[in-house]
Design a protein around this ligand. Structure first.
Ligand code: SAM
Length: 272
């Protein structure tokens, strides 16, 4: 490419550019885009994955925060007439409005410094998303796919698994990037459930319970939840209150949240 577009990777934007052709191909094969898909790429960078995606699916919109990369991408993909680039912070991007009637397929080698808030932001649009393929720190992929009792199991595991099917796909070593990150990476596929396997009546309360529980993951459930429900009678709990939060599965957290929702309702309806 023209030397005019030489770009120096910026740490503050989490820029580690993929340079390993085999890995890029494996990612695109895992996404398996088709011509009729509506693809969104978060953080296209210098277009390493974008190019192969566009060859299979012309309708691709990229969301990139670093304005210096925009002319480079516009030039590189000038022959793809349906390619659009939006200069914006993905954390503020309204994926729901953008999806309109056709569900999105989202792809991204994500900036690791914002990956958790970005995942939560994306979950808020899950009804408009068919699937998501992300490169993340391997440790984050382990947390996303962890099962109860595992040391990686926590808030991220419960809340993402509540909304999505999680599949860890394959690891990616540091030398596949330029500059090489200090950590191992991995590819994960998140597919929002068409029908939730377990339904929390009040999702905000589920989030609060999961949050509080994992702030005190080594305590018993009884003690961990005390700050949230000081007057709760633990004997009526739908799960054993002497267990540690890290041993509860998604279904049990949902059961607990629904129990607390009922209690709150009863409390609010009590005559004074
Ligand atoms: N996709 C490219 C690749 O694989 O080589 C670049 C990946 S690099 C790890 C992350 C990309 O996300 C960079 O291009 C960076 O500028 C962009 N980025 C960082 N923060 C962002 C944000 N909040 N919203 C959108 N893009 C962001």
């Amino acid at each position: 490419m023209d030397s005019f577009f030489q770009h120096k990777a910026r740490k503050r934007f989490g820029q580690n550019f993929l340079v390993d052709e085999n890995i890029i191909e494996r990612i695109v094969r895992a996404v398996a885009p088709t011509e009729s898909d509506k693809l969104v790429e978060i953080g296209p960078g210098q277009g390493a994955i974008t190019e192969l995606l566009l060859q299979r699916c012309p309708s691709l919109t990229a969301v990139e925060l670093d304005r210096d990369l925009i002319p480079l991408l516009q030039f590189k993909f000038r022959n793809y007439l349906q390619f659009k680039i939006i200069e914006q912070d993905a954390l503020k991007f309204d994926f729901g409005e953008f999806a309109a009637d056709s569900p999105l397929r989202i792809v991204g080698n994500l900036p690791y410094n914002i990956s958790t808030p970005l995942l939560f932001h994306l979950l808020s649009f899950k009804g408009k998303v068919r699937d998501m393929h992300f490169m993340l720190q391997k440790e984050v992929v382990d947390r996303l796919s962890a099962t109860p009792g595992n040391k990686s199991f926590g808030r991220l595991s419960v809340m993402v698994q509540y909304h999505c099917r999680v599949q860890g796909l394959f690891p990616v070593p540091p030398q596949s990037f330029q500059p090489a990150p200090k950590v191992e990476s991995a590819i994960v596929r998140l597919t929002p459930h068409e029908k939730l396997p377990f339904i929390a009546e009040d999702e905000k309360l589920l989030e609060r319970i999961v949050n509080v529980a994992f702030q005190q993951r080594r305590k018993t459930l009884r003690n961990a939840l005390k700050p949230l429900f000081p007057e709760l009678d633990v004997n009526s709990f739908p799960v054993d209150a002497s267990r540690r939060p890290e041993t509860l599965g998604v279904e049990e957290f949902v059961r607990l949240a629904n129990f607390c929702t009922q209690l709150e309702k009863q409390k609010n309806n009590k005559p004074i």
